[in-house]
Design a protein around this ligand. Structure first.
Ligand code: HMG
Ligand code: MG
Length: 314
């Protein structure tokens, strides 16, 4: 079977924007440092598969994330398809300066909902992270950029346990008040469950300006996505082949796989504009480059059968 049966369910959006994070969240956590030409080809393949928003890389400290230390080189060389947005992650003014040098039009800042992770991921406190973000957002908006914001550890944190919903809402509201156009709720370590997702979106007063960003550590990412769609969310982050994770969060494994998400959405009759066979082909190609099989179940089901003693031709 190459595509899902289509059975439209009530109460879901007609269309979902898949915000592709594979080149950034995916590659930042791979043990292999992928050559810059492979990254450029990866991004070109994603655009050809129908993606309209592809998070390309990060302008973070290169020592903190060596996998993406070639961000400038990538942006200088990669093809830009008209109509496709290529946001980049930027934590501070130094990162913004580097992004502006390459004519970036959209950035994403990334905050923590918890004290411990703010320290580990940003070398800041929960409070002082805002001092870092405020000038970034103000200057980016002055330059006419769009600014997205992430909040990490929205459901739980490996050091602090469950994250209080009010704490997430307080951090998220402050980021939106800075002028960010969208807030992506990150389940960095994949511990959320669907009721928790609905409760969090409800605590924000509804889905306006919200996107969701699920890691699949405990196999909950698709169920959590469906819960978010039922609450009215229409932007879902996903990573080609399900690669990804945060190097500064213990137990953060792969993101929700784009192919698994697309299979579910197309089965539900929700439009994405994405071509599933092209996505699977790209993940299969990328798995070869990374030297490990794609974690995505749909890629495993639709990709070429792995070589065995009986089907390998001499
Ligand atoms: P710091 O050490 O506190 O930086 O790191 P600093 O401001 O004290 O500066 C120290 C030196 O670093 C200076 O150089 C700066 O110029 C340089 P010196 O003057 O000593 O020669 N520097 C930089 N160089 C290049 N680019 C920069 C930059 N900034 C400073 N941008 C910092 C603070 C925020 C930079 C650091 O903590 C960092 O880079 N953190 C990023 C960690 C990261 O990328 N984590 C993964 C992404 S987040 C994620 O995956 C979660 C998400 O997917 C959502 C979810 O799943 O929940 C988004
Ligand atoms: Mg992430």
């Amino acid at each position: 079977m190459r595509e899902p049966y289509r059975v439209v369910a009530a109460g879901l959006p007609e269309r979902v924007t898949v915000y592709e994070v594979g080149p950034r969240d995916g590659l930042q956590n791979e043990s292999v440092v992928v050559p810059v030409e492979v990254k450029a080809e990866f991004i070109a393949r994603l655009a050809a598969a129908g993606h309209r928003v592809i998070e390309a890389t990060s302008f973070v400290h290169p020592k903190w994330v060596p996998q993406l230390a070639d961000a400038s080189e990538l942006l200088a060389g990669m093809e830009r398809v008209p109509g496709v947005r290529y946001p980049v992650l930027v934590p501070n003014e130094r990162g913004l300066d580097r992004a502006l040098e390459h004519g970036v039009q959209e950035i994403a800042i990334f905050a923590s909902a918890t004290e411990t992770f703010a320290g580990k991921n940003l070398n800041r406190t929960l409070e002082s992270q805002f001092e870092m973000f405020e000038p970034v957002v103000a200057r980016a908006l002055d330059h006419g950029l769009r600014v997205r914001a992430y909040v990490s550890m929205c459901f739980g944190d490996p050091w602090e346990g469950p994250t209080p919903v009010e704490q997430v809402v307080a951090v998220g509201r402050r980021l939106l008040d800075l002028g960010c156009y969208e807030l992506s709720l990150g389940d960095t370590i994949g511990v959320g469950t669907p009721g928790h997702v609905a409760a969090l979106i409800g605590a924000f007063g509804g889905p306006e300006q919200l996107a969701v960003h699920f890691h699949d550590t405990y196999g909950q990412a698709l169920a959590n996505t469906l819960a978010a769609l039922r609450e009215g969310v229409t932007v879902v982050d996903a990573s080609t082949g399900g690669i990804g994770g945060c190097p500064y969060a213990e137990s953060a494994t792969g993101n929700l796989a784009t192919e698994d998400l697309v299979w579910m959405l197309h089965g539900l009759g929700v439009e994405t504009g994405l071509d599933l066979p092209s996505l699977v082909e790209t993940s299969t190609w990328l798995a070869g480059e990374l030297g490990r099989p794609s974690p995505s179940r749909v890629v495993q089901a639709l990709g070429p059968a792995p070589a065995t003693d009986t089907n390998v031709k001499e």
